[in-house]
Ligand binder design. Sequence first.
Ligand code: NAD
Length: 461
Amino acid sequence: MSDLPPVEDHLTVLNPATEAVLATVPATTPAQLDAAVARAAKAQQGWAALAPGDRARLLRRFADAVDAHTAELAALEVAEAGHTVGNAQWEVGNVRDLLEYAAAGIERLTGRQIPVAGGLDVTFHEPLGVVGVIAPWNFPMPIAAWGLAPALAAGNAVLLKPAETTPLTALKLAELALAAGLPEGLFQVLPGYGQVTGRALVDHPGVRKIVFTGSTPVGKEIMARCATQLKRVTLELGGKSPNIVFADADLARAAAAAPMSFLDNAGQDCCARTRILVQREVYDDFLALVAPAIEAVRVGDPSDPATEMGPLISARQLERVTGYLTPELPVAARGTAPTGPGFWCPPTLLAPEDPDCRAATEEIFGPVAVVLPFTDEADALRLANATRYGLSGSIWTRDLGRALRMARGVESGNLSVNSHSSVRYWTPFGGFGESGLGRELGPDALAHFTETKNVFISTEE
Ligand code: NAD
């Protein structure tokens, strides 16, 4: 991307709520990365050879260590990512749960026995080797764990490159893994710049798969670079998800849930419902309910348990987001935000006349949504699918048939009816179109970090 942060030999980690410097962290050079890949490859061999039950036990110990450090990890997440303290605590629990869920899959990673003549045919799930996880700054801990937990469980080593702005929780997780007894070198964190450390990880021939979460342009670049080595790749990219409200819905519930469906994590969420589509006959009633709810959202110090929304991650992100708030766009609701130091943007609902304007079509990744009217089911579906993205979405209606028709019609990987839930570690997650490639989480998570091997054993004499 054109507005990349300048590359130095270290990262400067800021508190986005105050702009105070929290830490400086050395950036990993390509030579250091080389050495890390060699250490990981060595550790992976021993790890894959362990009895399944022993690997599971070590991952459960890692989960226990994460749980025991909830307060410390959550405080780091609040400080470096500006997450509200309630969200940060939930995120630590999510990492623990992901590790436990993955650990429980190790003894269940069974192959198949397939009928053949003259022998026995069986399949094995072989680990890939060394896996690279490139994480973003919006959910630094959970998204790192989406990759690292199933990858480790399936017998791989993991090299994690956290985002430039949020390396501290990742470094703490690696420390806890080691203390819990995971072999040295098996899970390493390589802080650094995307265009240096990230690229070197993608290009390294010793890394067999890249799991990337971030922007669509970088995802496309990574896929192209992986293609040169036929390297496996999973991409979780952007979104511009619809929140479709029909006239027959419980309007009060839909309006009460709408604000946090795009304001959670200050809108820096790939599943944010940022296109609110409302059936025309209830459009005014919906706005009358949702506007005061948006204005009432408590924005401020993320370490205060009463706060509902914190700051944006960086000055760069604030500039990007405010670039969409052009004066000609009608504002349907606007909340408040602190002034002074910190990267603050008030919750904003826009009501553009043109459904094709930039604010209505591009991923803003901030506390901004648009509201647009629609006439009937067909019109709702047309509007919902008028995007290059397809990550999530919500459908509000009391008509079960309509809910199912819409859920089957919206071209998106994760839909919810009469709710805004998207991500559960035990259900599959991923996008259609330019929202990504492949799936993470769910019952098949471990298999995505393996190659299937078929073996035929002759029983002929
Ligand atoms: P980004 O895609 O540049 O960064 C994500 C991660 O990729 C970071 O760890 C970064 O260091 C790394 N990276 C960057 N360039 C790389 C390269 N060439 N090779 C390998 N790794 C590389 O995202 P950003 O610039 O921080 O954010 C920009 C926009 O991306 C946001 O405004 C938002 O729209 C989107 N985004 C989406 C998600 C998501 O969850 N899908 C997460 C973060 C950002």
